[in-house]
Design a protein around this ligand. Structure first.
Ligand code: HSE
Length: 376
C-alpha cells in the first residue's frame, strides 16, 4: 500500500514513524506546508501531485479541521483513492456526502482513530454489529473533559487551572471550546451511533451540554453526596426509535466511569447477546491515534473497508425521563419541576432530556448534570 499523507502534525508524524518499520505499508508522499525533508517520502505542498499519482492507492487525512480537509478528501475519493482519517468533525459533518460518494466510487473509507484515539472502538463496534443488534453506545469520549473533571474532583483544582494543564499536555483541540462545550463528544457519539445502528443520525436532533460552567462548589457538592461528575455521551436504539445526547452526568462511586482517571476514555456498547462491553484507553495523543490510523490501513490491505453500508437519515427522539442537578435561574418551569434543593442548586423531578436541554438553551449560563440511571 502506498499512502499519500495529508498533514505532518501530531498524528501525521506518528503515522510516518509507525509505517517506517513496516514492509507492506509505505508513506510515499507527504503534504506539509513547512520546509522539511524526510528520508523515505517525498514532501510537497501540492495536493494535486497526490491526486495524479497512480501509485498512491490510499490517502490518509491527518490535517484536522474542516477546510481544506473536506475538499482534499472529496477530490481524493473522486480520483479513486481509499480514505483513512482520524478527523471526527470532518466525518460527522460530511457523513451524508462522503460515505455515499465513496460507495459510488468503489473506494473504501475508514476512520477508527476518530473516536477513542488509540482504542479500537469503532472497529470492535463494527465486529459486534455483525452478529447482534446494538442497543446502546456511549460513555467518556473526551480526554480533555475527563482530565479537567478528574483534576477538579481528586486534586481540588479550579476549572481554569485544570483546563490550562490539559492544553499544556496537548490533549485539547485547537479551540478548547470544542472539547469543553461537548462538541468533540457530540461528533463522536453521532459517528458511533451511525455505525452501531446503521443509520445517519440528524445531528440537529442531538442535544449537547458541556462542562464549561462547572465550579469548584458544584464538585464539592457532588463529592459530599457520593457522586462524581463525568461528561457522558449516550446513543440508544430500541424498536426503530433512536435517542442520542451529550451531557455532564453524575455517576456513583462503584460505577466504572467514576474511576476513569486523567485523559482516559471509557466507551461502552450494550449488545443483545454480549450485554455490556467497555473499552478503556488513551483517547488522544500522537502514537495511540496514529496506531489506529495505521490499523485502518492494514484493514484495507486485508479487504476490510466500510464499517457498514450508509443508512437512512433518522431523527433522535430524546424523551427519556431523567432527574437533573441544575444551578441557574429558578424560573417558573424549573420551580414547577423541582423536587429538592442542594444549596443554591435544585434537583429536578424526572423531566425529558429534550425539555431539560431546551431549558438550557434559554439559560446558557446555567450548569446541568444528569443522574446516571438509564444513560450508561
Ligand atoms: N481533544 C480530544 C480529546 C482529542 O481531548 O479527547 C481526541 O479526539
Amino acid at each position: 500500500m502506498k499512502i499519500g499523507l495529508l498533514g505532518f502534525g501530531v498524528v501525521g508524524r506518528g503515522v510516518y514513524d509507525i509505517t517506517a518499520d513496516m514492509d507492506d505499508i509505505q508513506v510515499a508522499k507527504v503534504i506539509c506546508l513547512e520546509d522539511i525533508t524526510l528520508p523515505d517520502a517525498e514532501v510537497t505542498k501540492d495536493f494535486r501531485s497526490i491526486l495524479t499519482d497512480d501509485s498512491i492507492d490510499t490517502v490518509v487525512e491527518a490535517m484536522g479541521g474542516l477546510h481544506p480537509a473536506y475538499e482534499f478528501v472529496r477530490a481524493a475519493i473522486e480520483a479513486g483513492k481509499n480514505i483513512v482519517t482520524s478527523n471526527k468533525a470532518l466525518v460527522c459533518t460530511y457523513y451524508d456526502e462522503l460515505i455515499p460518494l465513496a460507495e459510488k466510487m468503489g473506494v473504501q473509507f475508514r476512520c477508527t482513530a476518530a473516536v477513542g484515539g488509540g482504542i479500537g472502538w469503532l472497529s470492535e463496534l463494527e465486529r459486534s454489529r455483525r452478529v447482534q443488534p446494538i442497543e446502546r453506545v456511549g460513555g467518556i469520549m473526551n480526554g480533555t473533559c475527563n482530565y479537567i473533571l478528574d483534576s477538579m474532583t481528586r486534586l481540588g483544582l479550579g476549572y481554569d487551572e485544570a483546563l490550562k494543564q490539559a492544553q499544556a499536555l496537548g490533549y485539547a483541540e485547537a479551540k478548547p471550546a470544542t472539547d469543553v462545550e461537548g462538541i468533540d463528544t457530540w461528533h463522536k457519539v453521532i459517528l458511533s451511533s451511525n455505525i452501531a445502528f446503521g443509520v445517519s443520525l440528524d445531528s440537529t436532533t442531538v442535544p449537547v451540554a458541556g462542562i464549561s460552567k462547572i465550579t469548584a462548589e458544584d464538585v464539592t457538592t457532588f463529592t459530599e453526596h457520593g457522586y462524581t461528575c463525568k461528561l457522558i455521551s449516550t446513543g440508544k436504539s430500541s424498536d426503530g426509535k433512536y435517542s442520542a445526547y451529550v451531557q455532564p452526568t453524575l455517576v456513583t462511586v462503584g460505577q466504572p466511569e467514576a474511576a476513569v482517571p486523567s485523559n482516559y476514555n471509557l466507551i461502552t456498547l450494550v449488545g443483545k447477546y454480549s450485554g455490556r462491553m467497555s473499552f478503556f484507553g488513551q483517547g488522544a495523543g500522537r502514537y495511540p491515534t496514529a496506531y489506529n490510523v495505521v490499523q485502518d490501513c492494514a484493514d484495507l490491505l486485508h479487504g476490510k473497508g466500510f464499517y457498514c453500508a450508509y443508512g437512512e437519515k433518522v431523527a433522535a427522539v430524546n424523551d427519556d425521563l431523567l432527574t437533573y442537578y441544575v444551578r441557574g435561574d429558578l424560573d417558573a418551569w424549573l420551580e414547577d419541576n423541582t423536587s429538592e434543593r442542594w444549596g443554591s442548586a435544585v434537583i429536578t423531578k424526572p423531566v425529558s432530556v429534550s425539555a431539560m436541554h431546551n431549558w438550557l438553551k434559554e439559560h446558557p449560563d446555567a450548569f446541568i448534570a444528569a443522574f446516571a440511571e438509564n444513560t450508561l
